[in-house]
Design a protein around this ligand. Sequence first.
Ligand SMILES: [Zn+2]
Length: 176
Amino acid sequence: MANAEHGYMDLAIAQARIGRSEGGIPIGAVLAGPDGVLGLGHNRRVQSDNPILHAEMDALANAGRLSYTDYLSATMYTTLSPCSMCTGAVLLYRIPRVVIGENATFLGEEELLRSRGVDVTVVDRTECTRLMQNFIAQYPTLWAEDIGEETDSSKRTGAASLIRASGCHPASNCHG
Ligand SMILES: [Zn+2]
């Protein structure tokens, strides 16, 4: 992997750490073009109480409205193998390259991406795996929720206590 690429994954990892420090799921993403960063993002599902704010979606949103050709020359860097929602967004905008920090924790739709001609590279960064493993050990229910798996409702207090631990829920008008 070239140095610039390594740098973009470092930025994605930094985003994951920001997400973790906010009480969220530690997944980060960077949408980059030939001239640099287009958008940074991290999973804000918990922080914003928003089920579609995965890291890749956040990066796309933060990049704003780009032209067709901007997407065609972009690369999506993500610390974790992309789920079907984020894969769909990559395919929709015809982003031709995806660089993935790790896929041991979760194997997303890499085969679908490849079958549609997307260049997929998995770089196996241990920082990415460690962030996820530590988080999942602590908050298994939040993780199951993020990837659309059934959760035991009796454990859902995990989310509430996580939000409490990080102070006010950012999406609420909490004054406490
Ligand atoms: Zn996703």
